[in-house]
Write a protein that binds this ligand. Structure first.
Ligand SMILES: *[C@@H]1O[C@H](CO)[C@@H](O)[C@H](O)[C@H]1NC(C)=O
Ligand SMILES: *[C@@H]1O[C@H](CO)[C@@H](O)[C@H](O)[C@H]1NC(C)=O
Ligand SMILES: *[C@@H]1O[C@H](CO)[C@@H](O)[C@H](O)[C@H]1NC(C)=O
Ligand SMILES: *[C@@H]1O[C@H](CO)[C@@H](O)[C@H](O)[C@H]1NC(C)=O
Length: 401
């Protein structure tokens, strides 16, 4: 039975527990590029003049200038920068007494790797997506090594498809355990730092919203709507049967703030039986793994709008006022009001025509009668004149000559 619930706030869950960290191996990338040296910001950094004869004094220059504008300590072929700052980055060159260039060292300064902020997304049973953010800018070239392990097993790589995107994918995680450790190790020339989080991928399991939602009205059923959809694309079809989805559907007539809810398991269609007649409805669907209780609901799908079938022969007068408004604004195959309006208009039209015809006929008859009457009067007059002429002729004949 559908119940009324209010829209639940959507939540983003990062199921992460930071367990353990910090492995610092210093200076791993030092001199990786022959003339680049990396140093920690704020610390003492020592540069060595390669190519000098041991013990012979050298001259240091910075960016070509022989005056070093900050405190340094020079002893034989060593240059020590006491407390490094960003502006001390640049080219340091050492020269012998005659000014001949012995070596150039490019100094780059930055920070040790810090923790990363890891979050994982589990849209189906066959893939876990983890992504991470640096929590401190190091100003240095950085590499991330990502792996995962299940209790009692060795580490497996969490595959990074695009270096520099900070995302990795665990495909087909083991099914015998729902918990695994994800290890994201940030490395730069100064050292490395591992962030290890425990992921319970059953708890994090949160499907994507269902796809391809369509809503159809049912002919002759003014309170029904048929809703159809498909599993989210990230929920592989071969899962059907093995990993059923539970779907929850909510709907409401536009303007109402209350949603009615329906649920169905392992089914990709549902019939709403109690839609409000003649009203446009909003429909949304979400999905959840049907078997794992503590997994999460997907986000709601986008809203689909539909109206149940409208009886074209029924007067829409029983409908509320706002209905007629939306009714005329939305195109719909059959319009009940249009049809009745049309026929009444026709009736009125033909009645008017009849009356007009009748009036016309009456006027014609009147005109005809008038003409006839006039003709009669004229005839009588002519007859009278004839009579008078005849009598006067008779009188003339009777007059004796
Ligand atoms: C620093 O040295 C590099 C080559 O090692 C050179 O390309 C660059 O122009 C130099 N920069 C300055 C400011 O001297
Ligand atoms: C030294 O040169 C580097 C480039 O190699 C540049 O970034 C830096 O600003 C220069 N520093 C000074 C003080 O000129
Ligand atoms: C980790 O990132 C999420 C967003 O991706 C953010 O909400 C959270 O505050 C971050 N935590 C830390 C410790 O930076
Ligand atoms: C995490 O991964 C790094 C790099 O592969 C490795 O050196 C380190 O031992 C791992 N840490 C744990 C606790 O597995």
């Amino acid at each position: 039975m559908p119940g009324f619930v209010s829209c639940p706030a959507s939540q983003l869950v990062f199921g992460i527990i930071v367990l353990y960290s910090v492995h610092i191996k210093s200076e791993i990338w030092t001199n990786e590029v022959s003339d680049v040296q990396f140093g920690r910001l704020g610390s003492r950094v020592t540069l060595t003049c390669g190519g000098s004869y041991r013990g012979s004094p050298v001259e240091w220059r910075f960016n070509g200038s022989s005056v070093l504008p900050w405190p340094t300590q020079i002893s034989e072929d060593l240059l020590a920068l006491l407390s490094t700052r960003h502006y001390m980055e640049g080219n340091y060159s050492c020269h012998d007494e005659r000014g001949t260039l012995l070596q150039t060292v490019k100094l780059r300064l930055g920070h040790l790797p810090h923790f990363v902020n890891v979050s994982c997304r589990v849209p189906s049973h066959n893939a876990i997506y983890c992504s991470w953010l640096q929590t401190k800018a190091t100003h240095l070239p950085t590499l991330f090594i990502s792996s995962y392990s299940v209790k009692g097993k060795g580490a497996e790589p969490c595959e990074q498809e695009n270096i520099g995107v900070n995302e990795c994918t665990i495909t087909n995680p083991p099914i015998w355990s729902s918990k695994l450790l994800v290890n994201i190790t940030e490395m730069n020339p100064l050292g490395s730092n591992s962030t290890i989080i425990q992921v319970d991928f059953h708890k994090l399991l949160k499907p994507d919203p269902p796809d391809d939602i369509t809503v159809l009205h049912m002919e002759y059923q003014p309170t029904q709507l048929l809703v159809q959809w498909r599993n989210p694309a990230s929920w592989p079809d071969e899962f059907n049967g093995a990993f059923p989805l539970l779907f929850s559907l909510r709907y409401r007539p536009i303007g109402s703030s209350y949603w009615s809810m329906l649920e169905t398991e392992d089914n990709t269609s549902l019939r709403i039986m109690d839609a409000l007649m003649g009203h446009l409805h909003q429909i949304q669907i979400r999905a959840k793994d049907a078997l794992i209780n503590h997994s999460q609901w997907s986000e709601w799908s986008h809203v689909v709008e539909a109206r149940p079938w409208i009886n074209p022969w029924e007067e829409p007068t029983e409908e509320p006022v706002d209905f007629s408004y939306s009714f005329f604004n939305l195109s719909f195959p059959v319009r009940a009001t249009d049809m009745s309006l049309d026929s009444s208009l026709d009736l009125n039209g033909s009645l008017g025509l009849l009356v007009l015809l009748g009036l016309f006929a009456a006027v014609m008859v009147a005109i005809l009668l008038t003409i006839l009457a006039l003709l009669c009067v004229r005839q009588k007059k002519r007859d009278n004149v004839l009579k008078q002429e005849l009598t006067s002729m008779v009188k003339m004949k009777s007059i004796p000559i």
